[in-house]
Design a protein around this ligand. Structure first.
Ligand SMILES: Nc1nc2c(c(=O)[nH]1)N[C@H]1C(S)=C(S)[C@@H](COP(=O)(O)OP(=O)(O)OC[C@H]3O[C@@H](n4cnc5c(=O)[nH]c(N)nc54)[C@H](O)[C@@H]3O)O[C@H]1N2
Ligand SMILES: Nc1nc2c(c(=O)[nH]1)N[C@H]1C(S)=C(S)[C@@H](COP(=O)(O)OP(=O)(O)OC[C@H]3O[C@@H](n4cnc5c(=O)[nH]c(N)nc54)[C@H](O)[C@@H]3O)O[C@H]1N2
Ligand code: SF4
Ligand SMILES: [Mo]
Length: 765
């Protein structure tokens, strides 16, 4: 008997909103207090203090939060972590458990009515579990039986491309390398990755213009920068320790420009909890010029800045780095003549920023030569996400701000090892070089044809072309676009498998048969033959270093990610496989040796990570080496303005993170910096728009999107008056993912348009 289709969305119940208005600084004593409260309530005081002391230390483990780097040299004894790092750790190191009895008690139908917050707070998964065909309850399964079940399903597929292997960016380099190796040995490149929904636009835009899909700066560039631009990013919440880097820049006379539809608290002022002086004073003012751009009008704004700089250049001649442009770039003339086609007045109007403020920013760009541009999802998750990145690169190239100290590109990565996973082979497009190395090292005939990325995997499952879905971490149904469509796609699968630490909605919105395989978290001891093992990760700035868990594992039944992958591989591929799967998963040194053999930049991998220092991967843009690009030159690009064809009653909606979540993991219900407490179903709206539609404060509304004749509704949101541009709206991810159409994504990168969804707002009746 088939199971009924479950509701894939979080609970619509309101939870008791309180509003205080936006904060005017980030961190401070409150940050410390909240961090400790979370840690102590999940772990107890002794465990909390012991574990926090190892977070981001050289002999400890890497923060399971974001990918912001740790200092290369000295680490603070007071703690090298932030409030949200402590929350991420507390979530993983919690003492609560989801035992088999939990699943006996609740059906998946019952659990699906819980909110994401409630699901996550249930605790750590302890045993491998199976949901059998037609059943409503997960039940215990032995590890061996789970691996046999998977191997049988995978062997029975007519074509390896009927299987999809998703990765979320928490996995170590060792686990990710084995996983990619298994996919290719099995015969598919179907490796969708959370990057596809995240920084893929950065990867594509940067590769085409600078020849590397990663950023070019390191942490030590910040104190040397004369100007840092933070565009489409909310570091106070999502990369809190970046505020220390911005502060270091300011201390040396640098300036900060923020470009955002919202004036985020973290970009106003920062009180560093590690600095007693800061805590007693007002802290550091961060932003010098705030450009309150309209959603997805960054290109208009950047174009007007470049036009104005060009006007000054024509008069005084030393605004642009002419030598750099001549020697290192091409298509400068095309860029200038394209800029000429736009009217300054129209660009200014589109951007939504007044000319006086733009001129202040232009002045800073004109006077300063060492510039860093930092960005995140506010630029990548649009139809023109790739062009957004290229326009930033244009500006940096004009200033010669690539390949010198204190200057460059800084796409700030999300998940703590998302960049590493990519570096070691989680890519749905393989390269001839990788195929050749895999052949040489493992005698594997890896497939050449590109595999499916996230949106195309979902479509393939929906259409019955993919039948098995395996996830190394993450929460696919809640993270992906078009929640209801994605849910249907997953429920059509014959088998879904989640390698997870904690319960989430993707375990409930399952295929005909479903497995949960519980795994060790970052903070936990990974022991083999009586010895502790370590793994390695790469931070947002390309540094690879070790991470060694210290806590007793959440359960005696957990396996490490490399062990789980190796078992799946050896069972599925059988004794004919030439890869020593089990030996490698027993001894991670062997995995690292193979990574060093297959991939460039990892020479003496084991030796270089064992001392705790780590190493930087090669980065051509940092060296201003563009030899791999056409004519050996960095590329200026022609970017066009987006066209949303908004009617008078349409809004553009951005789906953003609150201060109390990590993606689909909801830490709590407070968005302290935006002054919204105890509620997530909120819609931030300009007071003039509220007046126009006669919406009252806290009125209940439905948000509706219509694409290609299909209407999607996110019901029951409370309207909050907020300083956001007119015709722009914001609400939280993942509650609003139901509105994002599956077939609308960024050109070239296929990243869903989660930051510019065209919607209407209706009173809820
Ligand atoms: N605590 C915490 N840390 C996290 C995460 C988390 O959920 N919680 N998630 C991690 C992950 S995976 C990622 S990718 C990063 C995400 O980090 P961010 O990208 O900072 O996260 P978002 O909340 O999506 O915020 C996007 C920011 O861009 C702005 N924005 C939206 N649209 C536009 C636009 O059109 N133009 C401009 N200029 N700005 C715009 C929004 O107002 C918001 O300030 O954070 C990582 N770190
Ligand atoms: N509308 C909208 N949608 C978005 C975004 C947006 O801004 N707006 N952002 C997008 C972005 S940037 C991203 S990166 C994706 C995130 O997409 P995902 O990475 O798929 O989602 P997460 O919520 O980070 O995954 C959380 C789950 O990971 C598991 N987990 C945690 N730690 C570990 C571990 O160490 N190992 C294993 N195996 N599992 C672990 C836990 O079970 C937890 O429930 O969402 C995307 N979706
Ligand atoms: S900035 Fe990111 S990596 Fe650093 S402690 Fe905070 S959450 Fe963890
Ligand atoms: Mo992300």
């Amino acid at each position: 008997m088939a199971r009924p289709k479950l509701n894939a969305n979080t609970s619509e119940e309101f939870t008791g909103i309180k509003l205080t208005g936006p904060a005017d600084f980030a961190a401070g004593a409150k940050g410390v207090q909240v961090a400790l409260e979370h840690a102590i309530s999940e772990m107890g005081a002794i465990r909390a203090f012991k574990t926090l002391a190892k977070l981001n230390q050289k002999d400890g483990f890497d923060c399971p939060g974001c990918a912001w780097p740790d200092p290369d040299d000295k680490r603070s004894v007071l703690g090298e972590y932030c409030e949200n790092g402590a929350k991420a750790l507390a979530e993983e190191a919690t003492l609560k458990r989801v035992e088999p009895s939990f699943f006996q008690k609740y059906t998946i139908q019952e659990l699906s009515t819980w909110s994401d917050f409630q699901l996550g707070k249930s605790g750590r998964l302890t045993h491998p579990m199976v949901l059998r065909e037609g059943s409503q309850h997960y039940e215990k399964i032995e590890w061996d039986d789970a691996f046999d079940l998977m191997a049988n399903q995978l062997q029975a597929l007519e074509n390896p491309n009927e299987a999809v292997f998703y990765t979320s960016g928490r996995s170590s380099n060792e686990a990710a390398f084995l996983y990619g190796l298994f996919c290719r040995a099995y015969g598919t490149n179907n490796m969708p990755d959370c990057s596809n929904m995240c920084h893929e636009s950065s990867g594509v835009g940067l590769s085409q213009t600078l020849g590397i899909g990663k950023g070019s700066v390191v942490l030590n560039d910040f104190p040397q920068a004369e100007l840092v631009v933070v565009i489409g990013q909310n570091p106070g919440t999502n990369h809190p320790r970046m505020l220390s880097a911005l502060k270091d820049c300011k201390k040396n006379g640098g300036k900060i420009i923020a470009i955002n539809p919202l004036e985020e608290a973290g970009l106003k002022r920062f009180k560093n909890p590690q600095s007693p002086k800061d805590m007693l004073s007002r802290g550091t003012e961060i932003t010098d010029v705030f450009l309150q751009v309209k959603i997805n009008e960054d290109i208009a704004l950047l174009k007007v800045i470049m036009k104005k700089l060009y006007e000054i250049q024509k008069i005084d001649g030393d605004v642009f780095d002419v030598d750099f442009i001549q020697n290192k770039t091409e298509h400068y003339e095309a860029l200038i003549s394209d800029l000429d086609k736009y009217s300054t007045t129209e660009l200014i109007e589109r951007s939504g920023v007044d000319e006086k403020t733009i001129d202040q920013a232009v002045q800073l760009f004109a006077e300063r030569q060492k510039i860093i541009i930092c960005w995140a999802m506010g630029l990548t998750q649009h139809k023109n996400g790739v062009d957004n990145i290229k326009e930033c690169v244009n500006l940096l190239l004009l200033k010669g701000s690539i390949g010198k100290d204190g200057a460059g590109t800084c796409p700030v990565r999300g998940h703590s090892n998302v960049q590493g996973d990519r570096s070691v082979g989680i890519v749905h497009k393989s390269s001839p070089a990788l195929t050749a190395s895999l052949k040489e090292s493992f005698d594997i005939d890896a497939p050449q044809a590109p595999g499916l990325d996230t949106v195309h995997s979902i479509m393939a499952m929906y259409e019955g072309k993919a039948k098995v879905f395996i996830a190394l971490g993450g929460n696919f149904v809640s993270a992906a676009s078009d929640t209801n469509y994605t849910a249907e796609a997953l429920q059509k699968c014959d088998l879904t498998v989640s390698i997870s630490t904690k319960l989430n909605r993707s375990h409930l919105i399952a295929g005909k048969v479903s497995l949960i395989l519980p795994t060790l978290g970052r903070s936990e001891m990974d022991r083999s033959k009586g010895k502790n093992r370590f793994v390695t990760v790469e931070n947002s700035m390309g540094k690879v270093h070790k991470s060694e868990g210290k806590l007793k594992p959440a359960s005696g039944h957990l396996m490490s990610e490399p062990e789980i992958i190796a078992k799946i591989a050896s069972r599925t591929l059988g004794p004919e496989s030439k890869v020593p799967w089990i030996e490698m998963s027993n001894n991670y040194d062997l995995i690292r040796d193979k990574i060093a053999e297959v991939l460039i930049g990892f020479d003496s991998y084991n030796k270089r990570v064992k001392n705790g220092e780590g190493f930087y991967l090669p980065n051509n843009a940092r060296q201003a080496d563009f030899s791999k690009l056409p004519n050996g030159k960095a590329q200026f690009s022609i970017c066009s303005l987006p066209d949303h064809q908004l009617s008078e009653d349409d809004f553009l909606l951005m789906t953003i993170r609150s201060h109390d979540q990590f993606n689909t993991t909801i830490y709590g219900l407070d968005d302290r910096y935006r002054g919204v407490y105890q509620e997530r179903r909120v819609l931030f709206m300009n007071p003039e728009d509220m007046l126009k539609y006669s919406f009252e404060k806290l009125q209940v509304v439905d948000i509706v999107s219509e694409y290609d004749g299909i209407i999607r509704v996110a019901p029951k949101f409370l309207v909050i008056p907020y300083a956001i541009p007119i015709q722009n709206l914001a609400c939280y991810f993942p509650e609003a993912n139901v509105l994002v159409p599956i077939n609308h994504f960024a050109t070239q990168s296929n990243t869903p348009i989660s930051k510019s969804i065209k919607v209407k707002v209706r009173a809820n009746k």
